[in-house]
Design a protein around this ligand. Structure first.
Ligand SMILES: *Cc1c(COP(=O)(O)O)cnc(C)c1O
Length: 344
């Protein structure tokens, strides 16, 4: 447990002082037989004429069972990208506070910070893509982002190092677990009670196959969740999304079986790539993609794109590197054939 930690000391003054918008759905909770409070069209359009639950209670109930986190510790957003933005907005004073990131990593942390006029302090990851604790401990950031498994490198961050950052940081520590379902390790959600400054981000966009519905999760102590709820757009998760997710989560087995296939394919793709002499390096991956260093990466990227196969050119972040998402068995086979043909 972290001693003497008061989250309210980190919140921006204007956010603390804010009295949030109260929607019709806030003023009256419960089941009304006649709803004449929200200026909605009264005629039934598959219930889509009604505003959705601003706090997504049914969906949170389901997610609470799924993830083993209590409902009051769950925030839902329009993708986890919304949670990233709201966290910066709630806690970082523009032109004054900073966020800390470990690069190369997911691009949205810095972009959200830039949009909010918040400075980004970057510490490069070590050669094996771990966090340099020594350097990290010297930075006093309001919000620290740790992406684990990390995008685009694919590795998990060392548990001891993350723990030491959680203990020593005076600010919030956000652990982005967008790829946790592909990793062998346990989620940091299990340690929310221990660290009042911890926020864990997860998403339905990757393993769960629902990128299009835009649904992201932030898990944190109730105080942090209340602050995010206070500043979010009232109906940030639309009704179609809430309903679709509720239904889809009934069939968890399908997702687990797809994850299984993706993990097998990841291994298969790795074996196939290892046979190519042009492949210089394949980084260990706990995610649904491989980061590889390969001869003439940029030219290969172009060649594949012309064939209609799009991978991600990450050579600006890691020299000679491409990031390849694991596809269906058939797609992966086609990719490998095309890479072979390119070098032949
Ligand atoms: C894809 C990704 C996200 C985005 O998630 P959404 O829920 O779709 O907004 C967040 N973090 C990382 C590291 C990602 O790779």
């Amino acid at each position: 447990m972290k001693a003497n930690f008061n989250i309210m000391n980190l919140v921006r003054e204007n956010v603390k002082a804010l009295s949030p918008y109260r929607s019709a759905r806030d003023e009256f909770e419960g089941e009304a037989s006649i709803s004449l409070d929200a200026n909605e069209n009264p005629f039934d359009h598959k219930n889509l004429n009604r505003y959705p639950d601003p706090y997504q209670r049914k969906l949170k109930q389901k997610i609470s069972e799924l993830k083993g986190v209590k409902e009051s510790s769950i925030f839902l957003g329009n993708g986890s990208d919304e949670a990233i933005d709201l966290l910066i907005r709630a806690f970082c004073e523009p032109l004054e506070d900073s966020i800390l990131i470990f690069t190369p990593t997911y691009g949205m942390y810095q972009i959200s910070a830039d949009i909010n006029a918040v400075e980004t302090v970057e510490i490069p990851l070590t050669n094996d893509f771990q966090i340099d604790v020594e350097s990290a401990s010297k930075i006093d950031a309001k919000v620290t982002f740790i992406c684990s498994p990390n995008n685009p490198t694919g590795n998990d961050m060392d548990t001891q190092i993350v723990e030491s950052i959680l203990r020593t940081s005076k600010g919030l520590v956000i652990i982005d677990e967008a790829y946790i379902d592909f990793s062998k390790r346990k989620s940091w959600t299990e340690r929310l009670e221990e660290f009042p400054n911890l926020v864990v981000l997860q998403t339905f966009s990757k393993a769960y196959g629902m990128a299009s519905i835009r649904l992201g999760m932030a898990f944190a102590n109730e105080e942090i969740v209340s602050i995010l709820n206070k500043i979010k757009p009232p109906y940030n998760v639309n009704g179609l999304t809430q309903n679709y997710a509720l239904q889809a989560l009934e069939n968890k087995e399908a997702v687990l079986s797809e994850i299984d296939t993706i993990l097998q394919e990841r291994q298969g793709m790795k074996m196939a790539l290892l046979k190519l002499k042009e492949v210089r390096k394949i980084y260990p991956s706990e995610a649904n993609f491989l980061l590889i260093e390969i001869d003439r990466a940029k030219v290969l990227y172009q060649h594949l794109a012309e064939k209609g196969i799009v991978v991600r050119d990450r050579s600006s972040q890691v020299e000679h590197a491409l990031r390849i998402t694991i596809g269906t068995p058939k797609e992966n086979k086609t990719l490998i054939e095309n890479i072979k043909a390119f070098y032949a």
